[in-house]
Ligand binder design. Structure first.
Ligand code: ZN
Length: 114
């Protein structure tokens, strides 16, 4: 396991009032991190997927021609699946292989232009 790269191992983002439905409210830590699910750490494989996905997302936004929808169409999945993968590093391993391959391709074509 490795510290979560999103919350840096500190998934508690604050406190929230929880209504117990019996007239009582309690103040509980809010575990808002959607990458680690509030545990503060993730597996090495998940961390690698997350890093790949964040690089892929940055490039997708920088280039500005690819969208969650177009990537989903290219890979045969819904935009929601692409979104979950790029934001949280969560998804089937082949998605991150595709992201890594697309990153490598674009690095190559940049090198050819230079
Ligand atoms: Zn986290």
């Amino acid at each position: 396991m490795t510290p979560c790269p999103k919350c840096q191992g500190r998934p508690v983002s604050g406190f929230m009032l929880v209504n117990r439905g019996d007239g009582d409210c309690t103040l509980e830590p809010s575990r808002g991190c959607s990458v680690c699910g509030g545990t503060g750490e993730i597996t090495e494989a998940h961390a690698a997927h997350y890093q790949t996905a964040r690089r892929w997302r940055r490039q997708r936004i920088d280039v500005g021609t690819d969208t969650l929808r177009s990537a989903g169409q290219r890979w045969g999945v819904s935009p929601a699946v692409v979104s979950k993968a790029e934001n949280y590093g969560i998804g089937d391993p082949w998605i991150f292989e595709r992201m890594a391959a697309e990153l490598a391709e674009s690095t190559e074509s940049e090198a050819q232009r230079a």
